[in-house]
Write a protein that binds this ligand. Structure first.
Ligand code: ACO
Length: 330
């Protein structure tokens, strides 16, 4: 097992899921698709959609408040707000600053981290380093995306996949056996064009043409992304386990990024895990990008199954292309 003597731990988890449910049957009325196609190709049955008056920071603040309440803390007890998102309220200021404003905290650093669907695990790794270096004592890490705002609702190859949601961890140094044992992370920028939002940055600044060409939406070569996701998620989970000095048979629960049930199943098989050891909620929420892992861990905790000392492997993959895994002892 990892010989790391100092570790960070998750003090509490909060989540927020919008009330509005969009089912596969609803999508059948919007584009040429079927519940049967979506279910067999992705495992998704329904997803949540933010209301028109909600922005990304609203979902993030709701998850953050729940995490603070569950820890018995106030916003002023934090010393950094770190938000992983791909759908910021504004390109600048960072969504973390809007979250800070809405939480009415005292002054403290606040910034965003963007790494596709892998952003939450990247955030966990950054937070670990800031806490163990003594720079921060207690970090609010929020993973939130409102992908419905950047989804092309005329493109059946992508619009059936995504949903909106938020999750938050409060992180601090561990003073017991629990905590983050190891991580593994990587990226390959040469594959960036497989999954991107083409316009609105300096590459294609917003103008009438970019709007006409519908370049302000998610563009994905799903087939290619699928192959990389299966390969990288399996490899990352195994590398993080090795870094923790653990064998794959020692994993109690796998919490994979929820993009597609077939990718989740392939990752579970790579680790030799029975299905009941693999946490799945893609059927109910679709791909909520950075929110999938904290929401899945929250649901596992709430189920009452997770026992102290059990080993969790979290693994994610996304735009960049990026990937990461983290091994955690509960
Ligand atoms: N309904 C009906 N038919 C459809 C739909 C739909 N919604 N979408 C595509 N099809 C059709 C295609 O047009 C194609 O038809 P054709 O054979 O006549 O050309 C056929 O179905 C098969 O399409 P594929 O794209 O080959 O289907 P595939 O099995 O690859 O599934 C999917 C597509 C679900 C997108 C899959 O590739 C996938 O999950 N990719 C990975 C997604 C992912 O992991 N993303 C990373 C994270 S996302 C992030 O970072 C924001």
């Amino acid at each position: 097992m990892s010989d790391r003597t100092r570790r960070i731990k998750i003090r509490s988890i909060g989540i927020y899921l919008p009330d509005r449910v969009l089912t596969n049957q609803d999508l059948e009325k919007m584009v040429e698709t079927s519940d049967e196609w979506i279910t067999t190709r992705t495992g998704i049955k329904e997803r949540r959609i933010a209301s028109d008056d909600q922005v990304t920071s609203d979902l993030g603040v709701a998850a953050a408040r729940m995490a603070l309440d569950r820890a018995g803390l106030k916003p002023g007890d934090l010393d950094l707000i770190l938000v992983a998102t791909n759908t910021p309220d504004t390109i600048f200021p960072a969504t973390a600053c809007w979250v800070q404003k809405k939480l009415e905290t005292r002054e403290m650093p606040a910034f965003d981290l963007q790494a596709g669907c892998t952003g939450f695990l990247y955030g966990l790794i950054v937070a670990e380093s800031l806490i163990l270096s003594g720079t921060c004592r207690r970090i609010l890490l929020v993973g939130v995306d409102v992908l419905s705002r950047i989804t092309n609702w005329q493109d059946r190859t992508t619009c059936v996949l995504f949903g909106d949601g938020a999750g938050a961890f409060i992180l601090e140094e561990s003073h017991d056996d629990s905590g983050l044992l190891s991580h593994f992370w990587g990226a390959d920028g040469s594959l960036g064009e497989l999954l991107l939002l083409p316009a609105g940055g300096t590459l294609h600044p917003t103008d009438e043409q970019t709007v006409r060409d519908r370049l302000h939406y998610i563009y994905m070569k799903g087939n290619d992304v699928f192959k990389h996701a299966v390969k990288r998620m399996g490899e990352s989970a195994l590398a993080a386990l090795k870094a923790a000095g653990l064998e794959k048979g020692q994993v109690d629960y796998l919490i994979p990024h929820q993009a597609n049930l077939r990718i989740i199943d392939a990752t579970g098989e790579r680790l030799g895990l029975d299905k009941e050891r693999v946490v799945v909620n893609v059927d109910r929420y679709g791909n909520m990008s950075v929110a999938t892992i904290p929401v899945a861990l929250y649901e596992l905790q709430e189920s009452g199954k997770l026992q102290p000392g059990e080993i969790i492997a979290m693994v994610a993959f996304g735009a960049g292309l990026t990937w990461a895994a983290a091994v955690y002892r509960w």
